[in-house]
Each structure stands twice: as C-alpha cells, then as structure tokens.
Design a protein. Structure first.
Length: 413
C-alpha cells in the first residue's frame, strides 16, 4: 500500500514548481522508457493509468492485451536534479495495467513484487545491494561516443591518472538527491573504468534504484561531454563491466544466516543449482559471455567464502556470514526480471531443502585441467544460455516464471 497520497503529490508539485511529470518504466531488457504528462493530467494517470503504445515496446506487444496503461507508484516520486530548476521535472516509476485496471500478467515489476510477498510468507525478507562498473569514453566534435577512454588510470588510482573523480562525485551527490545511498566509488582496473557501490535495500526498491542509477550516470556524463558505457566488454583487451549483486535475507530483523542458517544455505544452493537455467536473464547480450573466465569474472558454477574468482562468494565480516555475492551478472539486465529469477531459484532451493556442495577456495587460474572437469560451467554464449532456459524444468514449471520466460525468449532471439 502506497504511503504517499495524491494530495501529497499535488502539494509537492506546487511547492517545487513542477511542470512536467515523467511516467517511467522499462522494456523487457531493462531499457528505460517514459511518457511525460502535465500536472493537470496526473490525477487521471494515477487513478486510471496513462495509455502508451505497448506494441512498440519490447515485451509488451501482446496480441490479447493491446491496450496497456502506466499507473504511477506514488512512493517512487523523485525530482530529476539535472533538469531545469524552473519548470522542474518529477519522475515516478509505474506498474503496467490493463484496460480494466488489473495488473498486466507479464509486467516484470509486478511479478517481482509478488515474489517478494511469497518470500515474506516463507518467513524472510530479501535485500539486494549492487556493485556496478562502467567505462567513460571521450566524444567527438559532434558529441558521438568514441572508443577512446576518458583516462588511462587503473585500479584505485587518483588524479591526475584518474580524471573521473569529479564525475563520480557528481554522480554520487545526484544519487543522494534522489534517495539512493552510495557506499563508495573509485577508479576500476580498466582505462576510464569506474565503480560505484550502493547500499542494499528491498528487492523492488533496489531494482528501481538501479534504473535510476544508470539514468544518473548517463545524464551526468553527457552533461560533462563524456559517454558512459555499461556494455559488458566495451574494450576487447581490457576488463569487462560486471554487476555484482549482494543478496541478504532477514527474518524478524535478524540476518537469516544467524536466525536460520539451514534456510539461508538452501536458498543459496537453489540459486547455485539453477545458474545455467537463469543466466540468460542475468547476461542478455552476446558480448556478456566474453567476460566469463577473463580476469576475476567467473566461469565455473562454484562458491567460496573469500575467493573472488568464484561465482558465489560469502563474505565473513567480524566472524559472521551476512549474505552472498553473485558475480556473474552485468548491467544489461532488466533488474525486475533478474531479481525475480534469483529469488525464485532461492525459494525452490528452500522448498527442496537443497544443500551447498563443498566450497572451491582455490583460484580458477590455479585449478588443474582435471579439477576443472569436476565443475559445471556457466553458459559460454548467448545461444547456449537461451537453450538452457528453453530446456529448464524450473523455468517451464514455475507458475510465476513460465509465461514471462516464454515471452522473454521470443524477444531476445
């Protein structure tokens, strides 16, 4: 239930000189879209939804539900700080509904919300945090992006080798203005490569925040005459851009690894055991698969407490486990889809009381060929990932994932 009311919104609009309201959503691949309405039209949009040409949007071109509408989630109200301060722009994220006002059955945001409710019924709440990498590239005289990195710095460099520190600072301050809490930022390993990490939040809020974050990075970079790329492998011989997901589970406010370690282990085992099934949702581009096995990017479906080359890692902080980090995804995800399949894989692990295999603490580059043969690999191409999803009994039998998987696979090919 929304805590923000229509009256709250109109009071905010009047006090902040809002002239345009952006109704935002994303297509099946996570690319943000929006329809802008004037303040006088907003009440109608909030009550009945705002019509959009769904047949033009990947994943929403439904032969049955040809009339789809955007209904704003009032709790996602945020000013866009980089837009003009007079005649300001207000943004809401939206759920997709049908003509009769019912949720559209393939809206990824609504499906994620439903899965979070199912987690609560099982007795725990999931929270997700993000570590996100991106490159900054120079632009030409016509503002088109080039493949020339903004600087030649490397990991943790400072100015003058790191020319990006002021850009990251501006991005982080803008994120804070929009209600997102960055934890840290720094220059990453590749030339012009950066990383920003932000705090964990509820799964739905973090998915919204990730869409906002990419918007902020792109807008602030463009304002400074630079192009930001989240592409998985923008430079063939340099580090790829990963998106590490930090997944924590809580029961009555206590971390599940402490409150119910068996349930926490089964959840993590469920994710590990279904990685080949769900990778297509976490790595959606042909280029995504060029990362796997390169540098510290994972290739084998294994886990460890501390080894950073493993697919899943459980950091131990002050002697306690707090969650796990999934290291294979990249920023080409639709976060609502990606978080949904991860949570549902974990729920399946709980339902089946699954157990983790033995950890693999040795670095991948130190594994012998015979040792490597012991471990399953992630799909190593988009075609293989699609094939794994098509053949997955998990995806094809899960009542929440079945239909949207079919739609997603029909669009991605």
């Amino acid at each position: 239930m929304s805590e923000t009311t229509i009256d709250d919104v109109f009071e905010f609009i009047e006090e902040n000189d809002v002239k345009f309201i952006r109704l935002a959503f994303c297509d099946l691949f996570g690319d943000q879209k929006n329809v802008s309405v004037m303040p006088d039209e907003f009440k109608k949009a909030a009550e009945r939804g705002e019509h959009f040409d769904s047949f033009r949007i990947a994943g929403f071109d439904d032969p049955v539900y040809q009339d789809l509408f955007l209904r704003p989630d009032l709790d996602t109200m945020r000013i866009l700080p980089w837009r003009p301060q007079e005649g300001r722009v207000l943004r809401f994220y939206c759920d997709v509904i049908t003509l009769d006002g019912e949720p559209y059955y393939l809206d990824p945001r609504k499906l994620l919300s439903d899965t979070v409710c199912e987690c609560k019924k099982k007795g725990f709440k999931p929270r997700i945090g993000l570590n996100s990498e991106f490159y900054l590239f120079r632009t030409d005289d016509d503002d088109n992006p080039t493949d020339i990195p903004w600087d030649n710095g490397s990991c943790y460099d400072i100015a003058p080798l790191d020319r990006s520190e002021n850009i990251r600072r501006e991005i982080c301050l803008t994120m804070e203005e929009m209600g997102i809490s960055p934890e840290k930022s720094y220059h990453e390993n590749g030339p012009g490569q950066n990383e920003i990490d932000f705090e964990e939040d509820s799964a739905l809020r973090t998915a919204d925040n990730f869409i906002t974050y990419k918007n902020v990075v792109g807008a602030i970079s463009a304002r400074n005459g630079i192009f930001a790329s989240f592409a998985p492998k923008p430079l063939p011989n340099e580090s790829g851009n990963g998106l590490h997901l930090k997944v924590s589970l809580f029961k009555n406010g206590i971390n599940l690894w402490k409150a119910d370690p068996d349930m926490a282990e089964s959840f993590m085992a469920g994710v590990l055991n279904r990685m080949r099934d769900i990778t297509v949702f976490l790595n959606t581009k042909t280029q995504s698969y060029e990362r796997f096995g390169q540098g510290e990017a994972p290739k084998y479906i294994t886990w460890s407490m501390q080894n950073r080359s493993r697919l899943l890692r459980i950091p131990v902080i002050n002697g306690e486990k707090t969650g796990f980090i999934l290291r294979s995804p990249d920023s080409g995800i639709n976060p609502y889809m990606a978080f949904n399949v991860i949570l549902r894989a974990g729920l399946a692990g709980i339902d089946n009381n699954e157990k983790l295999p033995e950890p693999v603490d040795k670095s991948s580059r130190h594994l012998t060929e015979s040792e490597k043969e012991l471990y399953k690999k992630l799909p190593l191409s988009l075609e293989e990932a699609v094939d794994c999803a098509k053949k997955s009994s998990f995806l094809n039998e899960d009542p929440v994932l079945k239909d949207i998987t079919e739609r997603f696979l029909s669009v991605i090919q």
